[in-house]
Write a protein that binds this ligand. Structure first.
Ligand code: NAP
Length: 258
């Protein structure tokens, strides 16, 4: 998706020109890579974050290097009141949203036997209820069609040891996506999910080396994804080129899950 250089001069390409995008959890990792890819394609980008204001402001600075409008808005996606406040701020500053990326997510891994209620609810509230909250609050700002893209996971399709909470939330996103695609098709709003495999971010940073080696061995492409590998697919789904794709779940996993 393109040629670019960004030391002092950032060259943008125009696939998302005139669009405004909200990306949840965009202060780092996959969300930040999506924000930069969108900006490189000329979209204005709102960076949602929860805790780390400095990281979020740094992401805004990186996005602005492409000559687009950007701002960081703090909100805990698991809290509907905070999400409604975020939507009001966005409406005041940007008026409309064309693209929503539900990316914010956490892990609290533990076998079911040892999993606490807090660990179960924290993951469901952020990773699944958060998608409902943000989509519900942002939908009224989406006029003349739009794009809703949610970051699921191959764990939502296939499950994983020690991740009942995470797998349930990520599988829930897939059901949500397919149902909402049926509801919003007539408004020319497409709704899709992306299911990454293992991506080099802070979520996977502390995974034991042995486990990483096993995963890479099982992955046909023999390496973990970079956040940009996910961002490229999300940018395609966000563009006009994907106008006839809806209700889809696209695996970006180096072939791990086929
Ligand atoms: P990450 O580096 O840990 O980044 C997570 C982002 O989510 C941060 O910006 C964080 O903001 C934000 N966030 C966390 N809780 C939030 C909340 N309650 N409200 C708003 N924002 C919140 O994670 P990542 O690896 O990029 O993951 C991004 C998405 O991809 C997640 O949904 C994850 O499940 C999914 N995914 C990741 C992988 C992988 O291998 N990394 C694989 C499949 C799917 P603060 O720092 O400000 O709290």
């Amino acid at each position: 998706m393109g040629l670019y250089m960004c030391n002092k001069t950032c060259v943008s390409i125009k696939m998302l020109k005139g669009k405004t995008a909200l990306i949840t959890g965009a202060s780092r990792g996959i969300g930040k890579a999506i924000a930069i890819e969108f900006a490189r394609n000329n979209a204005d980008v709102i960076i949602n974050y929860y805790n780390d204001k400095d990281e979020a402001e740094a992401a805004v600075d990186d996005v602005k290097k492409y000559g687009v409008k950007s701002m960081a808005v703090q909100a805990d996606v698991s809290n509907f009141d905070e999400v409604k406040r975020m939507a009001a701020i966005i409406q005041k500053n940007f008026e409309k949203i064309n693209i929503l990326v539900n990316n914010a997510g956490i892990v609290k891994d533990r076998t079911l036997k040892k999993m606490t209620m807090q660990e179960w609810h924290a993951v469901i509230n952020t990773n699944l209820n958060g998608v409902f909250h943000v989509t519900k609050a942002i939908l009224p700002l989406m006029r003349d069609g739009g794009r809703i893209i949610s970051i699921s996971s191959i764990i939502g399709l296939y499950g994983n040891f020690g991740q009942c909470n995470y797998a349930a939330a990520k599988a829930g996103i897939i059901g949500f996506t397919k149902s909402l695609a049926k509801e919003l098709g007539k408004k020319k709003i497409t709704v899709n999910a992306v299911a990454p495999g293992f991506v080099k971010t802070s979520i996977t940073k502390n995974m034991p080396l042995f486990r990483k080696k096993v995963i890479n061995y099982m992955t046909p492409l023999k390496e973990e994804a970079e956040p940009e590998d996910i961002a490229n697919v999300v940018a395609f789904l966000a563009s006009d080129k994907a106008r006839y794709v809806t209700g889809a779940v696209i695996n970006v996993d180096g072939g791990l899950a086929f």
